[in-house]
Design a binder for this molecule. Structure first.
Ligand SMILES: Cc1cc2nc3c(=O)[nH]c(=O)nc-3n(C[C@H](O)[C@H](O)[C@H](O)COP(=O)(O)OP(=O)(O)OC[C@H]3O[C@@H](n4cnc5c(N)ncnc54)[C@H](O)[C@@H]3O)c2cc1C
Length: 256
């Protein structure tokens, strides 16, 4: 019985997301035509980065919407895909359990690490997956269509999808799903998305992630979350070293 884990692959993206967001932002405040603004970034790349930094941190996020990213997602359990498809600003196409029947009762599944770490629970889980696979195959052999036989498949059954969305929709998704409060599997998936987006378009996704990355927590239990505490401590350290730097600069200038 194939046991699988989640894997995210970038299939397609808009060609110049940083320039497009900067162009959209600049168009709001400029007399120049958008086409002329696009040209401008060739000679002023630093200005382009500053423009994107400004709109991103000001929350002028409609400017992110002009960029599309399409991902292939495999090895995600039905328990997690059910959560994923709740994000209404992303678009989905998912492998069908009506049109595709798993051969020889061999359906792919995800085994949670906590179950895998307990030998008895792990063996019981494996036996159950095997039993379900046999029963599923018996039903298909009895002429029951896949769309009905699938009713006995578990939440653990792995699926695959194509998921697309604009940069703003991904940004919002990452805010909720890279948070420590999110379920581990969708979290694992969203960290893969986050790593890819940061690698592809570092400026656009500079502060993408859970809200603690941006200095606050939206969860009531936030102050007890180890991740939030780590981020807060790092910010205090950064603030102290910034203060220290400003003080020593002022001392050098003889202003204290
Ligand atoms: C930790 C965690 C636990 C969860 N637990 C549960 C649970 O127990 N049960 C459950 O059913 N769900 C649960 N969810 C799912 C959650 O309720 C949302 O459905 C999911 O996170 C999608 O978020 P969203 O609606 O903000 O996203 P999207 O659908 O992508 O929407 C993005 C944003 O667009 C705006 N928007 C979208 N549609 C509308 C609309 N119709 N009207 C007004 N504004 C709109 C909102 O500002 C929204 O935040 C959980 C989610 C998380 C992260």
């Amino acid at each position: 019985m194939p046991e699988v884990t989640v894997r995210v692959t970038l299939l397609e993206k808009s060609p110049s997301p940083t320039a497009m967001t900067a162009t959209a932002a600049r168009t709001c405040y400029s007399a120049n035509e958008p086409a002329a603004i696009v040209e401008r970034w060739r000679s002023k790349p630093d200005d382009m980065v500053r423009t994107v930094d400004r709109v991103r941190s000001a929350g002028h996020h409609s400017t992110l919407e002009h960029n599309i990213y399409v991902f292939g997602v495999t090895g995600l359990s039905r328990a997690a895909t059910h959560q994923l498809v709740r994000h209404r600003h992303l678009q989905f196409d998912q492998q069908s359990q009506r049109y595709l029947s798993f051969k020889s009762g061999e359906f792919p599944f995800v085994k949670p690490k906590k179950i895998a770490s307990l030998p008895d629970a792990s063996a019981r889980f494996d036996r159950l997956m095997g039993e379900i696979g046999h029963a599923y195959q018996e039903m298909l052999d009895a002429g029951i269509p896949g769309e009905d036989a699938r009713f006995i498949l578990p939440n653990a059954t792995a699926s695959q999808l194509v998921v697309s969305g604009n940069a703003r929709a991904w940004y919002e998704f990452l805010t909720l799903r890279t948070c420590n409060m999110a379920q581990w599997e969708i979290r694992e998936m969203s960290f893969q998305v986050l790593r890819i987006l940061k690698r592809e378009d570092a400026v656009l996704f500079k502060d993408a992630g859970a809200t603690c990355v941006r200095g606050y927590c939206h969860e009531p239990d936030g102050p007890n979350c180890p991740r939030y505490i780590a981020v807060a401590k790092a910010q205090v350290r950064d603030a102290r070293s910034a203060d220290h730097w400003l003080e020593s600069k002022a001392r050098k200038n003889g202003s204290t």
